[in-house]
Design a protein around this ligand. Sequence first.
Ligand code: PMP
Length: 359
Amino acid sequence: MTRVYNFSAGPGTIPENVLQQVQAELLDWRGIGYSVMEMSHRSKEFIAIAEEITQDVKKLLQVPDNYAILFMPGGGRGQFAAVPMNLLGGAAEGGYAVTGSWSRLAAQEAERYCKIWRVTDESSNGFTTLTPVNEWKLHSRLPYIHYTENETIHGVEFHDIPAVGDIPLICDMSSNILSKPVDISRFGLLYACAQKNMGPAGITLVIVRKDLLNKALPATPTVLHYKSFAENENMPHTPPTFNWYVLGLVVKWVMAQGGLETMAKLAERKSQKLYQVIDQSKLYVNDVTPLYRSRMNVVFHLRDAQLTDRFVEEAKKVGLANLKGHREVGGIRASIYNAMPEAGVDALVEFMKNFESTV
Ligand code: PMP
């Protein structure tokens, strides 16, 4: 068996210890004689697993008591619809910060339900920078403002939570959740699909202030209805039990590493190592304003674009997989979520230097 360093943007690398535990428990979960996959979601064993995960998430993210912790189907995009359906509360317009492809898609999906008020729109800058929040166009009638804290495709990350006064702030944290401590009380709601920093695809974490649970459109389907999840222990339908269980193991792994402070230090160190090589190089270029560079998705291109495929192929040969950039922007993308060991980043740094010296 050879495991390589997997720089996939998601589904992405999962801590090896977690995979080993899943393997060890696959045929017989803790003496019960079958797998978590084969367990009723109504069984006392699974209910205990689910409850423990909620408690772990609450502890790790320091979720205040006035927030509900939900686990939902539908991925990040499900939330692009769920947010307006559950939170518009009769308002005609939702507020959106458009800072990259994912927030643009969130706004596009919401357009099925309301008009879109763009508090900021970075498309004319090629999604390489952010406008400071004091220059955003806010108005008090907005029922919420949605933003994407880390743009997975463009490699742009907010390092501070935007101050938007009393307007509920909604955050897509799909690609940077669990990578730093976060003050949950600043948000009306935050969500993250699991497949980048929390485990396998198929389950989405939603943390929502409880007073926002009574605004849903009557047509909201049960599987995207926050209140139905909050009132039914996250089980108004059969949840993706196995994915939920693996997410729980990843959360425990983060806790065992030292928690979110440790993850933040690691993410800072790993990403800086890569940005340093890029900035010192004559071959590699990153166009993002340094203040807003992502600690999770390091996106760059080669000055000679014809070398890109060779870079990706040669990297693969030395065990550095999935470095090809997203088709929308091309170039290279190194996704270095929590589970990417620092040794993987060091190996990439060495490869980048060697590659540059040979071309
Ligand atoms: N938001 C962000 C920031 C993402 O990176 C992604 C997926 N790459 C999504 C939303 C969409 O998630 P899903 O594919 O689970 O719908």
